[in-house]
Design a protein around this ligand. Structure first.
Ligand SMILES: Nc1ncnc2c1ncn2[C@@H]1O[C@H](COP(=O)(O)OP(=O)(O)O)[C@@H](O)[C@H]1O
Ligand SMILES: [Mg+2]
Length: 247
């Protein structure tokens, strides 16, 4: 089982959109699970699922309940979801009182190793114990980068954090998100970022109302606009991620 985290220190950069579309691509031929770890529940909403209300963050972290108890199936036979739960707001505190918190998520996920080929973690923004536990569980961290002069800095925040991790370290795969090619600075960054950083793929997800439309359709973009530039870009992103996972 391979684990991918859609991660950034920042919110609103395209993590959830990437997580949902990567999960869709993966589930074309691999048994895939998306775990929505953000209590805002964006991926849960987009994939039309609902949490099992009785099992909360404490039950999962303490081992009173197993992840398998909270898995929901979707219309797609190879795609399952662990929906976000309101109690995930306290995941950090729960981890703080657990033994070996950095490895806790990895251990929880190990119980699913026989059931799935790929797990995608949709992460809340931040740089917390939860982030560290997520990144320790991940083989690859996918980091959406907004095309701004600060994008290199937000990538460096992730590479620095990963370099300081004591246990397993994920590979980092950045890509440019919400690119508007009419803007000179966006075109410049599309050229320079993949050239200047070994961690950035030459994959460009354009700024597109079709990505926003996922919230209306409540479905991955490829299910309603398969030939769009944005859907093709997410397909390319999956190719880059699966190469990084050696799939
Ligand atoms: N490529 C894109 N083009 C246009 N809107 C986008 C794009 N990617 C994401 N969005 C929109 O931006 C908002 C934040 O995206 P989201 O994927 O939820 O980011 P995050 O998970 O990092 O907070 C959402 O409303 C989403 O529909
Ligand atoms: Mg999100």
């Amino acid at each position: 089982m391979k684990t991918v985290a859609a991660y950034s220190v920042k919110g609103g950069v395209g993590k959830t959109s990437a997580a949902v579309n990567l999960a869709w691509s993966s589930s074309r031929n691999l048994r895939t699970l998306l775990w929505d770890l953000d209590p805002q529940g964006g991926a849960t909403y987009l994939l039309q699922t609902k949490p099992k209300p009785k099992v909360d963050a404490h039950d999962l972290v303490s081992g009173k309940a197993q992840l398998a108890d909270v898995v929901r199936s979707t219309a797609d036979k190879r795609l399952d979801v662990i929906p976000a739960h309101d109690s995930y707001r306290t995941l950090d505190l729960e981890l703080d009182s657990a033994k070996d918190p950095e490895r806790r998520l990895e251990k929880m996920l190990a119980s699913l190793a026989k059931s799935y080929d790929v797990v995608i973690l949709d992460c809340p923004p931040g740089m917390s114990l939860l982030s560290e536990s997520i990144l320790t569980a991940a083989d690859v961290a996918v980091v959406p980068l907004l095309p701004s002069p600060l994008s290199m800095r937000s990538l460096e925040q992730v590479t620095t954090m990963v370099a300081a991790m004591k246990r397993r370290r994920p590979k980092i795969v950045g890509f440019l998100s919400m690119v508007d090619r009419r803007k000179t600075i966006h075109r410049e960054l599309v050229e320079s970022l993949p050239r200047d950083s070994e961690h950035v793929l030459p994959v460009v997800v354009p700024y597109s109302t079709l990505v926003e439309r996922m919230g209306v359709e409540r479905a991955p973009i490829a299910t309603f606009a398969a030939r769009s530039v944005a859907a093709l870009a997410y397909g390319e992103l999956w190719k880059g991620v699966s190469a990084a996972l050696s799939l």
